[in-house]
Write a protein that binds this ligand. Structure first.
Ligand SMILES: [Ca+2]
Ligand SMILES: [Ca+2]
Length: 254
């Protein structure tokens, strides 16, 4: 076809230019697709954490551990991880943890969707926390927290040594919430359904992310997590995408 165009047409140059451009466009598209493939298929899992709890089995990447209990009852069903019992007797919190390595020395963006139910109404005592750890200690967290046999729960947050709670009786028997924790240049924002719950500063190098399920000696109903997502340095991911596009543009100009 190229030979025919070169020999037979009056406007050969413009058609050849068009074909060259189309070739470069294909090249650009290929580079962008490769960048997307590397990001979602290869780099992202090692770089961040994401789980929608939607395949019926708790992913083996989660490290399960316990405190003051011998085990828990949970199931991954639909798009939820739901905890219905943390074994034991007597008073005092019994805790089940699921944790994954998550390296974020600087900025990060973390979110999760949680829900709870209190079928025994006020007497249920239960807590579900999203926590970011540094050297095995929780440095930043946000929680649905019900520590009272005669009240419903509250929203809670901790940033370093700074704690905040909305107070007992400020949440309904059953509910759900989107919890977000972001850090930008050491400034941390904890949000609940898009409203800021607590702000503060923390420069702790985060090395793990986890979900904590707490049950007391009183009654307990259920705590669920729909999904959890953790991305370190979201700015650098945008730069990575931008860099790929600039590279593609430069190559097109050569
Ligand atoms: Ca799973
Ligand atoms: Ca209660």
């Amino acid at each position: 076809m190229g030979v025919f165009l070169r020999s037979g047409c009056a406007d050969v140059d413009s058609i050849n230019r068009f074909l060259r451009r189309r070739g470069k466009m294909r090249e650009t598209k290929f580079i962008v697709m490769m960048a997307v493939f590397v990001f979602f298929g290869g780099v992202y899992p090692a770089y961040g954490v994401y789980d929608h709890f939607n395949d019926g089995v708790l992913d083996s990447a989660w490290q399960v551990s316990f405190e003051n209990t011998t085990g828990w009852t949970y199931q991954e069903s639909g798009t939820n991880l739901t905890v219905t019992n943390i074994a034991g007797s007597g008073s005092g919190w019994r805790k089940a943890f699921i944790k994954q390595n998550f390296a974020a020395a600087g900025n990060f963006s973390v979110s999760c969707a949680v829900s709870w139910d209190s079928v025994h109404e006020y007497s249920d005592i239960q807590t579900l926390a999203l926590s970011l750890y540094s050297g095995g200690q929780s440095a930043i967290n946000a929680s649905y927290h019900d520590a009272w046999a005669g009240e419903t729960g509250e929203k809670g947050a901790t940033i370093g040594g700074s704690m905040y709670g909305t107070g007992m009786g400020t949440l309904p028997f059953a509910g759900s919430a989107l919890i977000e924790i972001e850090r930008e240049n050491g400034f941390v924002t904890v949000s609940w359904d898009g409203s800021v719950l607590l702000t503060g500063t923390s420069s702790s190098a985060i090395d793990q992310i986890g979900l904590e399920f707490w049950q007391d000696g009183y009654s307990f109903s259920s705590l669920s997590v729909d999904y959890v997502s953790a991305v370190p340095e979201p700015g650098s991911i945008l730069l990575f995408g931008l860099g790929s596009m600039i590279l593609a543009r430069r190559r097109r100009k050569v």
